[in-house]
Design a protein around this ligand. Structure first.
Ligand code: OSB
Ligand code: MG
Length: 369
């Protein structure tokens, strides 16, 4: 394929409910949609950056800058045999994984559309269904949290993750466990604790959690290794894994026993597959994280999770939990047995509703070869 045109749109979708984590509270999903065209066909990639740098350093502003000034010029007008050739081209640009991923994901989606196959084929996955899990944000009270857990359990989700932060941790887990002793349950701290909190985090061991996600520093693996040595509960890393090399180092020093893979955080599908392959070879389970994506990014995550190492349910839940109207039709739905059907149509496999994309677009810019 020869990439002839790249368009970036900034979109705003209101969230049905605010989503709160230890690093902040968000009421709308503000993101960039990258559209890559070659040979008369266009592919789509959703960027996972936010307006602010509170989860990781990139923002929608830095992504737009890096795409416009560095990545688009490297990709435009170049003949590539496969989208996997983009990551090596982009390697000279250090960091900026979310920017790289959005463009590379769009190229993979384009590749699948060109071949007339579902995205999972371009990724080396399979058709069928995937198991679905859900992430519940911090709530106003323990009672509200228990209500949410009940609703999601009834909806069929195969595991429930709750957000925790200092002062809102043990009490939440104990309250859930009192009512749901066998629920597949895990917690995500989004880097809200320090190694000195190890005695407190050790109390979580009594509650048979599947894992604790990213308790310590976003850019740390050494303290996570020290913590993992003191915990029975498995540590899962999210924020601090940006590549297969990061995953290798984290596993080598025992910083985690599970890895959360987010395509945007590791710089694209090719690197996500490399993280998957490394973990699989070492017998380390992986699961696919989420970033409150619209249907476009949500479906990309569905396709990725058909790779065999995704043995744990991820954070890909139903569109309707987040959006009144998703950008895709049909939306992503979760079946009563807690699964999502993998689409069989070309690319992401569900139609993009352009009327809704136009309505949500606040800015757009395009570059040509
Ligand atoms: O840490 O996994 C995270 C949302 C935004 C930023 C970071 C995270 C999350 C989630 C939500 O946990 C996952 C989802 O439902 O998309
Ligand atoms: Mg996380």
């Amino acid at each position: 394929m020869k990439i002839e045109r790249i368009e970036v749109r900034r979109l705003r979708l209101p969230l049905r409910f605010p989503f709160e984590t230890s690093f902040g509270r968000t009421t709308s999903k503000d993101f960039l949609l990258v559209c890559v065209s070659a040979d008369g066909i266009t592919g789509y990639g959703e960027c996972v950056a936010d307006d602010d740098p509170f989860y990781l350093p990139e923002t929608n502003g830095t992504v737009l800058h890096v795409l416009r000034d560095f990545l688009a010029p490297l990709a435009l007008g170049r003949e590539i045999a496969h989208p996997r050739e983009l990551a090596p081209l982009f390697a000279r640009v250090r960091g900026h994984e979310m920017a790289k991923a959005a463009l590379e994901m769009a190229a993979y989606e384009l590749e699948a559309r060109q071949k007339g196959v579902p995205l999972y084929r371009a990724l080396g996955g399979r058709g069928g269904t995937i198991g679905s899990g859900v992430s519940i944000g911090l709530q106003g009270s323990v009672g509200e949290l228990l209500e949410k857990v009940e609703v999601e359990k009834e909806a069929g989700y195969r595991r429930i993750k709750i957000k925790i932060k200092p002062g809102h941790d043990l009490e939440l887990v104990a309250a859930i466990r009192a009512v749901h002793p066998d629920l597949p349950l895990m917690v995500d701290a989004n880097s809200a604790y320090a190694l000195s909190d190890a005695p407190l985090l050790r109390e979580l061991d009594a509650h048979a959690l599947m894992m604790i996600e990213q308790p310590l520093g976003w850019d740390d693996i050494v303290d996570h290794a020290a913590l993992q040595r003191q915990l029975e509960t498995s540590v899962c890393l999210d924020e601090s894994i940006h590549s297969a090399a990061d995953a290798r180092r984290a596993l080598d020093i025992g910083a985690c026993r599970v890895v959360n893979i987010k395509v945007g955080r590791v710089g694209g599908f090719a690197e996500a597959i490399a993280v998957h392959d490394l973990c699989r070879a070492r017998g380390v389970p992986v699961w696919c994280g989420g970033m409150l994506e619209s249907g476009i990014g949500r479906l990309a995550n569905v396709h990725l999770q058909t790779l065999p190492g995704f043995t744990l349910p991820g954070d890909t839940s139903a569109s309707a939990r987040y959006f009144e109207e998703d950008l895709i039709d049909p939306p992503v739905v979760v079946l009563p047995q807690g699964t999502i059907a993998v689409p069989e149509g070309p690319g992401i496999g569900h139609a993009i509703v352009w009327r809704r994309v136009e309505k949500a677009t606040t800015f757009q810019e395009a570059w040509k070869a």
